[in-house]
Every structure is written in structure tokens, then in C-alpha cells.
Design a protein around this ligand. Structure first.
Ligand SMILES: [Zn+2]
Length: 308
């Protein structure tokens, strides 16, 4: 069976996998990105690991790379991701192509995760899928007509930066009132702390998202309000995207969704109330299934899909 290499680049670590067409991971490895030491040292490690994969499978059909954006996917360059400061302008695709004479494709990391969910879990049942990941931020990816839809500048699916309020919390992107600033793990924690400060209630600096959800579940009012607000904004954001694109399936993933099944259920219950009857009737929800390897598996899946 054919195998492709998938690479998942993150601000803290880089994961590489050798993935078969059916999703079986034949080999995987991971190392720290060490952003401060620049991209060349990371490239050397990537090349070294990929070379060792050629000894497992000499007929690798291509290499897919998922990276935080913004990217220039046509030129194969990393543009200016905030968590890869020393990589700005780095021609990653050319560098990897010159090391291995094979097809190399660069894509947005949320697109790679979205495509992993589609290709390995849902492609036999659906043609139109929207993926939303909720963790420290909120990202998304779109599969339309059975294909990854990247948009003109590989910037499609940025659901986290949809403007929900003209005046709202300042988002990591610099705008005000983005969906991410209300409903991401970070956004909800910030809102909770601000509420408690305003009420002059004590804040434990060690609290995490887990504490927020536990306190909300036990009926603590400020935590419950923040989570309810997070659910409502997210449901509104998702419903607006659903009405624009009319997907049949919405897959929700990311650390917050996977750790908080009640949060997932609340969103699924809430979205339909914001939809037109026509959209509501044929919409299915699913929780992400591809786990922590979704990034490199999806990057490899794009290569498989193009070779199909
Ligand atoms: Zn934003």
C-alpha cells in the first residue's frame, strides 16, 4: 500500500509520520521546534527523520506539511506566523524538495487536521464538511465537494476571527470581539478572571480550563455564565458559517472540545436554534476522531488524495 510523509509544524514541537493510504501510521517521531535557533536546524532534523523513513518505505509518494499561517502555499513559504518568529519568509517547500526529489505540499495546520478527519473518518459518507477546532484559539477547515477548500491565500476557514461584536475583548490577532476572544479556552479563562476581579472575588493563579468547567458544572455562577456565553457565541459563529456554506457535517475537535464532552453537547444543542429550517434538517455533528496525530496524518492525506 502507498505511503506518504506528513509533517506537523508547531511553535513548540514538530511531528513527522509515515502514513499509509488507509491511515495506518507506520512510523512517527517528534522533536522540539526550538524557534529561537531558527528554521535551518529544524530542517536538518526533518530531513534526517524523513531519510530514515525511506528505509522503511522506499516508494514514498510525497511529503505534506501543515504549518501555522499565514503561508504562501503557492511559493511554498512560511510568511509570518506569530509563534514561528524566526521562520518568517522561510522557503520550506524548496528546501525539502531539494533534499528529496518528490512532491511537497504546504498547507495551513487547521486545514491539515480538517482533512485528516474527512479523509480517514468521513469521506465515504459526506462531500461537504466543516471542521472547527477549539483549544487555546479557534480554527477551522473546509471540505467542499470532497476537496479541501483553501481560499485564495490559504486563509479560508478562519472562523475564530469572525467578528461577533464591534466592541469586545481584544483578540490575539489585534481585532476586537472575534469569536476566539469569547469561546476559546484562553478567551473563556480571561473572561472568567475579569468577572471575578470585578466582583472582588479571589483568583487562584493555578486555575486552568479544567477548573473553569468544573466550577461551572458545580453551579458556581461566574464560571457557569462564562461557559454559557462561550457556548452561545460559538453556536452563533458556527451557524453563520453553516448558512453560508451549507455543509452536511460539522466536526468539532481541539483540546477544549475533547476534554469537555458537556461543552460539545451544549454546542450541538444550541446551533440548530440559530439555523434556517432548511439547513437544520440535514446537518450532522461529530466529534474529531483522528486524535493527536491529525496534523501530520492530514498533511499526508492530501498527498494520498492527489494521487488517488
Ligand atoms: Zn481575531
Amino acid at each position: 500500500m502507498k505511503a506518504a510523509v506528513g509533517i506537523d509544524i508547531g511553535g513548540t514541537k514538530i511531528a513527522i509520520g509515515l502514513v499509509r493510504e488507509d491511515g495506518m501510521v507506520l512510523r512517527e517521531m517528534e522533536f522540539p521546534t526550538n524557534v529561537d535557533s531558527g528554521p535551518d536546524q529544524a530542517l536538518n532534523k526533518m530531513v534526517q527523520h524523513i531519510r530514515s523513513m525511506y528505509s522503511v518505505e522506499p516508494n514514498i509518494i510525497g511529503i505534506g506539511i501543515g504549518s501555522p499561517g499565514p503561508l504562501d502555499t503557492r511559493e511554498g513559504k512560511i510568511l509570518s506566523p506569530p509563534n514561528l518568529q524566526t521562520w518568517h519568509g522561510y522557503p520550506l517547500v524548496k528546501k525539502i524538495e531539494s533534499a528529496f526529489q518528490t512532491k511537497v505540499k504546504l498547507m495551513n495546520d487547521a486545514d491539515a487536521a480538517a482533512f485528516a478527519e474527512y479523509y480517514y473518518s468521513h469521506r465515504s459518507g459526506y462531500n461537504h464538511m466543516m471542521y472547527v477546532t477549539v483549544s487555546t484559539g479557534i480554527g477551522g477547515g473546509l471540505i467542499l465537494n470532497g476537496k479541501l477548500y483553501e481560499g485564495a491565500l490559504s486563509g479560508a476557514g478562519e472562523i475564530g476571527h469572525m467578528s461577533m461584536e464591534s466592541c469586545g475583548p481584544i483578540c490575539g490577532c489585534g481585532k476586537m470581539g472575534c469569536l476566539e476572544s469569547f469561546s476559546s479556552g484562553t478567551g473563556m479563562m480571561n473572561a472568567w478572571k475579569q468577572k471575578l476581579t470585578r466582583l472582588q472575588q479571589p483568583i487562584d493563579p493555578n486555575w486552568t480550563g479544567k477548573d473553569l468547567f468544573e466550577q461551572a458544572a458545580s453551579g458556581e455562577m461566574t464560571a457557569a455564565e462564562v461557559v454559557m456565553n462561550g457556548v452561545d457565541y460559538l453556536a452563533r459563529g458556527i451557524s453563520q458559517a453553516v448558512q453560508l456554506l451549507n455543509p452536511e457535517l460539522v466536526v468539532l475537535g481541539g483540546g477544549v472540545i475533547l476534554a469537555q464532552p458537556t461543552f460539545y453537547k451544549q454546542i450541538v444543542q444550541r446551533v440548530p436554534s440559530y439555523l434556517l429550517e432548511h439547513h437544520r434538517r440535514n446537518l450532522t455533528f461529530s466529534i474529531a476522531e483522528q486524535g493527536r496525530n491529525a496534523g501530520f496524518k492530514g498533511a499526508a492525506a492530501i498527498i494520498h488524495a492527489e494521487n488517488y
